[in-house]
Design a protein around this ligand. Structure first.
Ligand code: ATP
Length: 308
C-alpha cells in the first residue's frame, strides 16, 4: 500500500455554555457539537521522518494569524509524533492535508486534521491503537480533537474534550457564512472574561446546561432547534468584530430559522428550515456582500474515517 487517506468534519457548537475562568487558565464548558458535511482530508504515505504539505482552502502556509503552519507546530505533525511515541514506532511518513475547512473560523479545522491524521496513521503504521487510546491522544492534542474522531452529535464537558455521543432525531441543514479574516480563539475567551468582569455580561457560577438543545435535537424540529441555540462566545466575538452583527442580521433576512456564531467565530451558522431553503439561503447570502464565501452543509456528519 503506498498511500492512505482519512477525512474528518468541521463542527458547529449548537450549544456553547462557558463557565468562569478557572485558576488553571481554562474555562469549563458544556457544549453540544454537531459535525457538518465539510471535510478536510489527510493523506499519508511513505517517508523518512515526517514531512508536511498543505493545499486547498486557507493553504496560506506561515505563522501569521489565520495561516496554517507548515512545520512541526501543525496539529497534523503533532498528531503523528504523538501516535508514534505512544505506539513505539518510528515517525516515518509523508503527510498531506487538503483543506476545505476555513482556517481560524471557529469550525475546528485544525482539530479535524489532527483526528484524521490519527486515524490514517493508525492504519498506515498498523499501530492498532484502540478507540479509547485514540480518544486519549486526541484530548492531548486539543479540546476539539476527540469530537473530530467521534463526529455525529456529542455532548462535550471539561474543556470540551470529554465527549459523549448523543442521539439526534434527523438531520439539520445549515448555511455557513465565512468571513475574510479569522478570529483567535484565546482572544475571544479573553474578551468574554473582560465583559463579565466589567458587568457588560452577567457573571456565571458554571457553564449553562445543554438540556434544551439536546431535547430539540432529539425531537428533530428545526424551529425547536433554532429556539434552543446558545453560544456564550457570540457576544465577545461580536464585540471584537462588529461586522458579525450585520452578518447575523443578513442570515435572518435571508430566511434563516435562527443564526449563531460558530464556536469562537467568525463563521456564522444559519439554520435553514430544510435542505431546499438552505440552497436558497446560500444563494442569497453569497450575494449579500457580508461573507467571503458561503457553504450549504448538513449535520450530523460522521467523524474521522478512512477514505475508501
Ligand atoms: P480552535 O480549534 O482553536 O477553536 P478554529 O476552529 O477557529 O480554532 P483552526 O482552523 O483549527 O480554527 O485554526 C486555529 C489555528 O490553529 C490556526 O490559526 C493555525 O495557526 C493553527 N493550526 C495548527 N494546525 C492547523 C491545521 N492543520 N489547520 C489549520 N490550522 C492549524
Amino acid at each position: 500500500m503506498t498511500t492512505l487517506a482519512a477525512r474528518a468534519p468541521a463542527k458547529v457548537n449548537v450549544h456553547l455554555g462557558v463557565g468562569p475562568l478557572r485558576a488553571d487558565g481554562f474555562h469549563e464548558l458544556h457544549t453540544v457539537y454537531l459535525a457538518v458535511s465539510l471535510f478536510d482530508t489527510v493523506t499519508v504515505g511513505p517517508g523518512e521522518g515526517l514531512s508536511l504539505a498543505v493545499s486547498g482552502e486557507g493553504a496560506d502556509v506561515g505563522r501569521g494569524p489565520g495561516q496554517v503552519p507548515g512545520d512541526r507546530t501543525n496539529l497534523v505533525w503533532r498528531a503523528a509524533e504523538l501516535l508514534a511515541r505512544h505506539a513505539g514506532v518510528a515517525a516515518d511518513a509523508s503527510l498531506a492535508v487538503a483543506k476545505a475547512i476555513p482556517v481560524a473560523a471557529g469550525l475546528a479545522g485544525g482539530s479535524a486534521d489532527a483526528a484524521a491524521t490519527l486515524v490514517a496513521l493508525d492504519a498506515f503504521w498498523g499501530t492498532r491503537a484502540g478507540r479509547e487510546d485514540l480518544l486519549e491522544l486526541a484530548a492531548q492534542l486539543g479540546s476539539d480533537v476527540p469530537f473530530g474522531l467521534v463526529g455525529g452529535v456529542a455532548l462535550g464537558t471539561g474543556r470540551g474534550e470529554q465527549v459523549t455521543p448523543v442521539l439526534s432525531g434527523g438531520s439539520s441543514h445549515w448555511v455557513l457564512g465565512i468571513a475574510g479574516e479569522g478570529l483567535s480563539t484565546p482572544a475571544v475567551y479573553g474578551e468574554l472574561d473582560r465583559m463579565r468582569a466589567a458587568g457588560r455580561l452577567p457573571e456565571v457560577a458554571g457553564p449553562a446546561p445543554a438540556e434544551a438543545v439536546l431535547a430539540a435535537l432529539r425531537g428533530g424540529s428545526a424551529a425547536d432547534l433554532g429556539a434552543a441555540l446558545v453560544n456564550d462566545l457570540q457576544a465577545p466575538a461580536c464585540s471584537l468584530r462588529s461586522d458579525l452583527r450585520r452578518a447575523l442580521q443578513a442570515a435572518g433576512e435571508a430566511g434563516a430559522v435562527a443564526a449563531l456564531v460558530s464556536g469562537s467565530g467568525p463563521t456564522v451558522a444559519a439554520l435553514a428550515a430544510d435542505e431546499r431553503s438552505a440552497v436558497g439561503m446560500a444563494a442569497e447570502l453569497a450575494g449579500a456582500g457580508v461573507f467571503r464565501t458561503v457553504r450549504a452543509v448538513a449535520g450530523p456528519a460522521p467523524g474521522a474515517r478512512l477514505v475508501p
